[in-house]
Design a binder for this molecule. Structure first.
Ligand code: FMN
Length: 315
């Protein structure tokens, strides 16, 4: 019997738990020549903002051992073009769409949620709170439980009741569980973890920073152990809150690791840059991993690594 890969996303059902990660597949169109976008669990869009944005100057990507740095700076067409062009295209292809939103103020996030609530084809909203809050001296929303909660409360208040709201957390904090709790208390239906870690590279020939934006977000296999740790800690503290896990997933086995830590869905990001069909391959590999283990339902393995509690093996 083939394993049952179906996964819940709020009140709707995904055929499987493999999603794209925000910012790594734009709005899905580029992937369509490599994979059938309706066959993976969902497309998570690049974070969309109210107005179009050009992003940061180049160079804005750099390879690092086991990963990469990016300082794209939320380049995008803005919500009007997204609603007119990208969302209808995804719907026409039969893809389920998680729309990632980003803003510089709480009102911007709320406005985006309201605009999306009037549109057809939004399976969930993922709130990218790794943005500077211009009303709070540029402090990143995701690094402060009060600011993080305030964004989520505003989004939840303006989003249509049947659209689940996921808060996407940053690992660049002392206590990720405190931020997770604040977001859930503010009404988040689920959590996405993790966003990139702030990093930097210096070219020793030019003796200058590699990225024009100086610092950038570190992603790829180098961060997977951090993703596993964050998912584990949050799932331990909030076992009933659905988690979309991401961070360095390259194979079906990697996806399974995040599932065992507590993720019920897994987003694939950096892997797409060197293998544009990575999501379809990882889905196939996950299916094989589960079949080999005789697992009937992927949902049986969500957070299964925590079961060490019951067997008393945990020290
Ligand atoms: C080039 C690039 C652009 C990204 N853009 C976004 C974005 O717009 N919004 C967001 O929430 N995360 C963004 N991310 C973070 C990813 O969604 C993901 O959380 C992170 O890269 C970890 O997953 P990975 O190691 O599989 O890439 C971006 C990552 C990369 C590499």
């Amino acid at each position: 019997m083939a394993p049952d890969l179906r996964t819940r996303l709020g009140s709707s059902e995904l055929p499987n738990p493999i999603l794209t990660a925000s910012g790594c597949a734009s709005s899905g169109r580029e992937l369509a020549q490599f994979i059938d976008v309706s066959k993976i669990g969902a497309i998570v869009t690049k974070s969309v903002m109210l107005a179009p944005r050009a992003g940061r100057p180049t160079p804005r990507m750099a390879e690092t051992p086991g990963g990469m740095l990016n300082s794209i700076g939320l380049q995008g067409p803005g919500i009007d073009a997204f609603l007119q062009r990208d969302l209808p295209w995804l719907l026409s292809r039969g893809a389920r769409t998680v729309v990632s939103i980003a803003g510089s103020t709480i009102d911007e996030f709320a406005e985006l949620a309201a605009r999306l609530s009037d549109a057809a084809g939004v399976s969930a909203i993922e709130v990218n709170i790794s943005c500077p809050n211009v009303e709070h001296r540029g402090q990143v929303f995701a690094c402060d439980p009060v600011d993080a909660g305030a964004v989520i409360e505003a989004v939840r208040a303006r989003a249509r009741f049947d659209i689940p709201v996921f808060a996407k957390l940053s690992p660049d904090v002392t206590d990720i569980v405190a931020i997770a709790r604040a977001c859930v208390a503010a009404g988040a239906d689920g959590l996405s973890l993790i966003n990139t870690l702030l990093g930097m590279a210096i070219d020793t020939d030019t003796m200058r920073p590699v990225l024009a934006g100086l610092t950038g977000g570190l992603s790829g296999p180098a961060i997977r152990p951090i993703a596993v740790r964050c998912i584990w800690q949050v799932s331990e503290a909030l076992p009933n809150v659905p988690i979309i896990g991401m961070g360095g997933v390259l194979t079906g086995r990697d996806a399974l690791e995040l599932i065992l830590a507590g993720a019920s869905m897994v987003s694939v990001g950096t892997a797409i840059f060197h293998d544009p069909s990575a999501c379809a391959r990882i889905l196939r590999e996950l299916d094989e991993e589960l079949a080999r283990r005789g697992t009937e339902r992927v949902s049986d393995l969500v957070g299964a690594a925590h079961d060490v509690r019951a067997s008393g093996r945990r020290v």
